[in-house]
Design a protein around this ligand. Structure first.
Ligand SMILES: [Zn+2]
Length: 307
């Protein structure tokens, strides 16, 4: 079965693994746009990673990975909430030239100025409460390298990722040292031998096999000698959180002057969701109404470009 995420615990080694394979949810992401294949690959890898990182956190809300690029890709965003609803988008530079064999580094870190941010946006964020955000310069040649470097510097957790994607499937495998919560010292020391052994097993996966094999079968093939305990598999789905209400608030934050400028050129203001292509149209009367009801509002304080 695809569109599932499976978690395995390796108690002896104080490690856990997440495996994800996405087809339908991934199709909903790529189906919204016609990205070049090299872009599909990095976006799919990022989407698979976002689902696994979200599943690894004890956190109610959305995990957002944002990569700001300095090459043909200006921005990559993959977002996954704690119900494993995900969405993602890409912004390309104008006149971007993208070869089929362009690597992640070519696309986002060509001049070494790329940045990777991971944002945790709690579901019931209090007014004025800022989402947690960690930012690091991009390191590495692949999505997996870059996220591993991020996790190492900000979470101080050993993390190893294997990511693959094509236009049909996005797949991920994440091996992670178990976090030690609340300052309680684990009764078991981190088992470096166990870690190395599991990492070596994970590294045997070839891209074709990874994309074609469901998480249950892949877990069996890789770890049959390791005797992991498995948590129930969880479904992953595409979910866009855009709404007319959120777009309305965004328009209010732009201000009436700006909207009037737009309306002097067009009969309506049209806003298209970057994630699902939903279109929101506002006539002049509807725009005016936004400002009648609005007491001083706080602009949406979410990350830029998210509606
Ligand atoms: Zn949307």
């Amino acid at each position: 079965m695809t569109d599932t995420l499976r978690t395995l615990i390796f108690d002896q080694s104080s490690c856990r693994a997440h495996l994800v394979q996405l087809t339908e949810a991934w199709q909903r992401v790529v189906g919204n746009n016609s990205y070049p294949s090299a872009v599909q690959k990095v976006l799919g890898e990022l989407v698979a990673a976002s689902a696994m990182l979200s599943a690894s956190l004890k956190f109610e809300g959305s995990l957002i990975i944002q990569i700001q690029g300095d090459g043909p890709i200006r921005l990559l965003v993959a977002e996954c909430n704690s119900r494993l609803g995900l969405r993602a988008t890409v912004k390309l530079a104008e006149n971007a030239v993208i070869e089929d064999n362009s690597t992640f580094k070519d696309l986002v870190n060509a001049r070494g100025k790329g940045i990777c941010a991971i944002i945790l946006d709690p579901r019931n964020r209090l007014p004025g409460q800022a989402p947690y955000q960690g930012i690091v310069p991009l390191a590495g040649h692949t999505v997996a390298d870059s996220l591993e470097a991020y996790m190492h510097s900000s979470e101080q957790l050993e993390t190893h990722l294997v990511l693959n994607a094509d236009s049909n499937t996005a797949a991920g495998l994440m091996l992670q040292q178990m976090p030690q919560h609340g300052g309680v010292v684990s009764t078991r020391e981190f088992d470096a031998d166990g870690w190395d052994r599991l990492k070596a097993l994970v590294n045997t996966v070839q891209s074709d096999e990874h994309l074609a094999t469901d998480t249950d079968e892949l877990a069996r093939r890789l770890f049959w000698e390791e005797d992991p305990s498995g948590l129930a598999e969880r479904p992953v789905h595409f979910e866009c959180t855009c709404s007319r209400d959120k777009v309305s608030r965004m328009l209010v934050s732009l201000g009436q002057t700006e909207l009037n400028d737009a309306l002097s050129e067009n009969p309506t203001v049209e806003i298209q969701c970057d994630f699902c292509n939903a279109n929101y149209s506002f006539t002049r009367d509807e725009c005016d109404e936004l400002f009648v009801d609005s007491s001083p509002t706080q602009p949406e304080s979410g990350p830029p470009t998210l509606h």
